[in-house]
Design a protein around this ligand. Structure first.
Ligand SMILES: C[S@@+](CC[C@H](N)C(=O)[O-])C[C@H]1O[C@@H](n2cnc3c(N)ncnc32)[C@H](O)[C@@H]1O
Length: 252
């Protein structure tokens, strides 16, 4: 298959950036057979990042595989506010690190920090280990982290599953068919994972530790500390002790 044929096939399949996608496939795969296979997978709806096995995110390239959550560019909005809030963080944690987009970025942006990621999906955790730059732990939220980190986390970040279950059909079809529900389903109002994570703040964060996450505007609880806003996305900080009270009075 020639590059021009690949562009035609991708465009026919509805890929808006067919030239760029074909170029990414060509730069990743060397043989005619592997390139043709990749074009077929992409034309069949698999996200480009899963097809080529990588995604650019912040300052890093993240390793990906079929079936693993594709890092969203919108989550890059977490990075700058998190770094400027805790530039001297010694212990950094990414809860639900997926393939490691946030954790690897923070390891690059905060070179003095010890960075840990925790992930429940073993396929995603394997990608995170290939992405590298931080320590990956298998397990659920805080309980998957080493006990030695209790009360020592200066900066926690999380891009949590936050789509209300009834709205899962709104997720782009390419992603819906190729990412596990575990990575996007946030329960009835989309906020179950956030509630689980907030319940661990007092125990796991250091006295001046903070959790920085990204929510949709209509999910932000009253009293939450807003760090940045863009379109419908809001970067929010939660501190120990204050988190539960701020949660007690959601906006909706
Ligand atoms: C929205 S994705 C974000 C992944 C990654 N942080 C990123 O930005 O690319 C949420 C991630 O949380 C993981 N996850 C879901 N439930 C979890 C749990 N109980 N403990 C740890 N990770 C979990 C999912 O497998 C998924 O990788």
């Amino acid at each position: 298959m020639e590059l021009a044929e690949a562009v035609v096939a991708l465009r026919a399949a509805g890929c808006v950036h067919a030239e760029d996608e074909a170029a990414a496939i060509w730069s990743t795969f060397a043989t005619a057979e592997s390139r043709a296979g990749a074009v077929a997978s992409r034309a069949g709806g698999m996200p480009l990042e899963q097809v080529v096995g990588w995604a650019e995110f912040g300052p890093v390239r993240v390793a990906l595989a079929p079936g693993v959550f594709v890092p969203r560019r919108r989550a890059e909005a977490i990075l700058a506010p998190a770094v400027s809030l805790r530039p001297s963080a010694r212990v950094v944690v990414d809860l639900g690190c997926g393939a490691g987009a946030l954790a690897a970025s923070l390891a690059a942006l905060l070179p003095g920090a010890e960075v840990h990621g925790v992930e429940l999906d073993p396929v995603a955790a394997a990608c995170a280990r290939r992405t590298g730059g931080f320590e990956v732990h298998d397990g659920s939220w805080w309980s998957g982290l080493p006990a030695s980190l209790t009360g020592r986390v200066d900066l926690a970040v999380a891009y949590l599953p936050h789509v209300p279950t009834a709205r899962l059909d709104d997720v782009h079809p390419d992603f819906r068919a190729h990412e596990p529900a575990l990575s996007v389903d946030g329960g009835p109002d989309g906020l179950d994972p956030l509630r689980e994570v907030l319940a661990g703040l007092d125990a796991w964060l250091s006295p001046d530790g903070v959790l920085v996450t990204l929510l949709e505007r209509d999910q932000v609880p009253t009293g939450a500390r807003v760090l940045a806003e863009e379109d419908d996305d809001v970067v929010v900080a939660f501190e120990p002790r204050r988190a539960q009270s701020c949660w007690a009075s959601p906006t909706t």
